[in-house]
Design a protein around this ligand. Structure first.
Ligand SMILES: Nc1ncnc2c1ncn2[C@@H]1O[C@H](COP(=O)(O)OP(=O)(O)OP(=O)(O)O)[C@@H](O)[C@H]1O
Ligand SMILES: [Mg+2]
Length: 352
């Protein structure tokens, strides 16, 4: 029946971050992929109590409370339970590039599994592996190897079961973001995802992820330094951060920029390191920096990093990039929330 076929083309993407859960509903038609609904559940408790984050660095995803939040989000955004894809935080997994000689696909699968242990710094029997061919030229196959502790995969699957979600796929978020933004961006690019608790620093080349590492400096730390530096409570500090960012024109708040600079420089140095290491390996220079995650919304950040890194810096936003269309009524907010929804959107593109 045509009606059923139409319904099958609606998918949900979910990104469970440290400080918020984001949900998108994407509809695929012959001409385009459109955002038909979204929901963001922000949790402010983390500003006061570090253990109140939705997810903690020790990977203790609190399955039951997460499932409850997921249910609430699905209900509030009035979406239906569709084929759903979830993003795994980049700090929970590990990626590596494998170079292999040309061989038939059947043998390749065996070779990848056989050699994976040399590339992955985790016990293989406790790890869930995934891989994809990213280049196959002149007798060489280049494979992107992805590994996530099986325990974490199980926790996500369990949360989805508890929330009665029809889970079709799980993927490391930076792998997914690189694939989505890589549809437009084919050069060597540093992709910097600034979240609440951690920042993921990646190199993309020819539309796929090549290197990835994480630093523990992110948006939550920006709020903390403003709070302690100005002697104000974290909620007020969060407001000021969002209102002014690095916009030094804003009256009287110049000090915020000075407080943030040492933290921004940590991310800058790590980005430079990733760019330099990739250059040493491949002799290819990064052409630009793409910022994603909620932290990318810090006002003035693109200009600041562009001067500091002497490279063009842009926000990675699938909506303003024309990769996903949306209802024009949403335009004023899409500019602000686009970079935050990137992961949730990107995971859906695994299959569509
Ligand atoms: N307009 C804004 N200006 C500055 N910072 C912002 C703005 N909007 C959101 N943020 C910050 O973005 C951060 C949250 O980003 P995001 O939603 O990507 O994180 P998360 O996915 O929950 O965390 P993580 O990826 O670390 O698990 C918070 O620190 C928040 O203060
Ligand atoms: Mg995140």
């Amino acid at each position: 029946m045509a009606f059923n076929l139409f319904k099958q083309n609606i998918f949900l993407g979910i990104d469970i971050g440290t400080t918020s859960i984001k949900l998108v509903e994407l509809q695929k038609t012959r001409q385009k992929i459109e955002l038909t609904n979204y929901g963001i559940l922000e949790k402010y408790g983390h500003l006061e109590r570090i253990n109140d984050a939705i997810q903690t660095d020790s990977f203790k995803l609190l399955e039951e409370s997460t499932a409850l939040l997921l249910k609430q989000l699905i209900e509030k955004s009035k979406t239906k339970n569709r084929k759903t894809y979830m993003a795994l935080p980049s700090f929970s997994g590990f990626i590596s590039i494998m170079k292999l000689p040309e061989m038939p696909n059947k043998e390749l699968a065996k070779a990848v599994n056989f050699q994976a242990g040399q590339y992955i710094p985790m016990p293989l029997q406790e790890t869930t592996l995934d891989w994809q061919i990213i280049e196959r030229t002149s007798g060489k196959i280049i494979v992107l190897l992805m590994a996530v502790p099986t325990d974490i995969v199980k926790r996500y699957v369990h949360s989805a079961e508890l929330a009665k979600i029809n889970l079709k796929g799980l993927e490391l978020e930076t792998v997914a973001i690189a694939r989505l933004l890589g549809k437009k961006e084919k050069g060597v690019v540093a992709l910097v995802d600034i979240g609440g608790r951690s920042t993921s620093i990646n190199i993309m080349d020819n539309g796929t992820l090549r290197t990835s590492h994480n630093v523990d400096t992110a948006g939550g730390d920006f709020t903390q330094v403003i709070s302690s530096g100005l002697g104000i409570n974290p909620f007020r500090a969060e407001e000021l951060k969002r209102a002014y960012g690095l916009n030094i024109q804003a009256r009287g708040e110049v000090k915020i920029t000075n407080l943030l600079m040492p933290l921004l420089d940590v991310i800058k140095r790590e980005t430079e390191k990733a760019i330099n290491n990739y250059f040493l390996k491949t002799k290819k220079k990064a052409e630009k920096v793409i910022l994603t995650g909620g932290g990318a919304n810090l006002q003035g950040l693109e200009d600041y990093y562009s001067k500091q890194l002497a490279l063009p810096v842009i926000k990675g936003d699938p909506f303003s990039w024309g990769l996903i269309s949306y209802n024009p009524n949403l335009s004023p907010v899409m500019k602000d929330i686009g970079p935050s929804l990137t992961s949730a959107c990107a995971v859906v593109f695994k299959d569509i």
